[in-house]
Design a binder for this molecule. Structure first.
Ligand SMILES: [Zn+2]
Ligand SMILES: [Zn+2]
Length: 437
């Protein structure tokens, strides 16, 4: 993604990126690093001095003990595109905890750009089971396990009207879908991350505590969307409150339990004329989807006028030059408070005195971040255990004679050389896997 293009698209409520920083500062009271640290004697502009920039570079700033940082890792729609992944918000707390709220299609790539050790990204809260809210679960399950998560992936999500419509069922089936994938990895890699732990809770429970640890309380309350099952979440820590609506039609529970949130994230769908004009829906369908299944911008504004958060965050629309104004103007018919029209990689630093909103500038060609815990060599026992747990015979977890005999021996000497190279370089013997299957 082109970060220049992304920067052009920033809209902080009524303040566009082009408006003078001074105006922005007086409005939100957030001194950027440059203003806070610059000596009065120094000129503001110099042809040779570096200036602090008001963007967030991942892993370049400590998180203060009393600070919450929220990063949008997906703000778009079910029909993903390069510019926007589907729903995902990462919450990082000054106590060291990190939580992922929804992990829609494409979100795992956004998370990888933040280069956070995967051991820290092991807690995912799913508001409902639409693909655009958990489509990237498999990617972080498999990819995260390969890139340094050495513990099970924990998933919190709602029950449904029947067991088949609940989170446990969805995750179990996803893991089953990966049977071949996992059967081929067991015994080859550190296998500790390739497990899931699901915490399913009652979707009808009102403001029920579903997580409480280390000073963090996360509650769930019902949402209204599509069919029974969806929920919204409120996270409270250190006197700060983050609310994530996932998807919902405006409802009484959000109005009540999101009240006075510091950051209230609520869906705000594409305006109806653009659902017809740009998504190609019929007017009948656009009206139903855009106002009855989802929250129309006008309705989003009305909800935020009830909730009165310190910062309202609208997401779930394609944020383009020709659609953002529609969304913004319609919200402003019903809400005049602080507003962020979210885009992927928008960042909120939340403290009791300040909410600083910026865009992150991220790396794209990333590799594994540093591991949060030491990796272990592969274990043969993982293969045996997997075979037992999944009813896959051990002989099916290795090549048949037919396939093994198809290997070209012409490369063997070269590959033995790679083993010798590793043995020489690391000063210990790595025996070549004779007759390996
Ligand atoms: Zn949905
Ligand atoms: Zn959605």
């Amino acid at each position: 993604m082109n970060s220049t293009t992304k920067m052009k698209a920033i809209v902080f409520g009524v303040f566009t990126a082009g408006i003078a920083l001074g105006l922005y500062l007086s409005a939100v009271g957030a001194p950027p690093v440059s203003a806070a640290t610059a000596s009065k004697a120094e000129p503001a502009v110099s042809p040779v001095k570096a200036r602090a920039r008001d963007v967030y570079y991942p892993n370049s700033e400590d998180l203060n003990p009393d600070e919450m940082r929220v990063i949008a890792c997906g703000t778009g729609m079910p029909t993903t595109r390069a510019a926007q992944a589907a729903a995902c918000f990462l919450v990082e707390l000054g106590n060291g905890d990190k939580f992922i709220f929804d992990i829609g299609s494409g979100a795992a790539e956004r998370l990888s750009s933040l280069q956070i050790p995967y051991d820290y990204l092991d807690k995912i809260f799913i508001g409902h089971l639409h693909g655009d809210h958990f489509g990237s679960l498999g990617e972080i399950f498999i990819g995260g396990g390969l890139m340094g998560r050495h513990k099970p992936l924990q998933i919190w999500g709602p029950s449904g009207a029947t067991p088949e419509l609940g989170t446990q069922y969805a995750v179990d089936k996803m893991v089953q879908m990966y049977t071949w994938d996992l059967a081929g990895r067991a015994g080859l890699v550190d296998f500790r991350g390739f497990k899931t732990k699901v915490h399913e809770f009652d979707y009808k429970a009102e403001n029920a505590v579903i997580y409480q640890e280390n000073g963090v309380t996360i509650r769930s309350f019902p949402a209204i969307h599509s069919i029974d099952g969806p929920v919204s979440f409120a996270l409270e820590w250190n006197g700060l409150k983050f609310v994530f609506g996932s998807d919902t039609y405006p409802n009484k529970w959000f109005n009540k339990y999101a009240k006075d949130a510091d950051l209230a994230v609520h869906e705000c769908f594409v305006a109806v004329p653009d659902i017809v004009g740009k998504l190609g829906f019929t007017p009948e369908s656009a009206l139903l989807v855009g106002t009855q299944v989802h929250t129309a911008p006008e309705a989003f504004g009305k909800v935020m006028s009830e909730v009165k958060p310190r910062m309202a965050v609208a997401y779930h629309f394609f944020k383009d030059w020709d659609t953002t104004a529609q969304v913004h103007d319609r919200i402003r018919k019903t809400y005049d408070g602080p507003l962020s029209l979210a885009d992927d990689f928008m960042v909120w630093n939340v403290t009791k005195d300040d909410i600083r909103v910026r865009m992150a500038v991220v790396e794209e060609s990333t590799w594994s971040p540093p591991a949060g815990s030491p990796a272990e060599p592969p274990k043969e026992a993982d293969k045996t255990q997997f075979s037992k747990d999944n009813n896959v015979p051990p002989e099916a977890m290795q090549y048949s004679d037919f396939i093994a005999n198809g290997r070209w021996s012409g490369v063997e000497e070269d590959l033995r050389g790679v083993y010798k190279e590793a043995s020489d370089a690391l000063g210990r013997e790595f025996p070549y896997p004779e007759k390996s299957k």
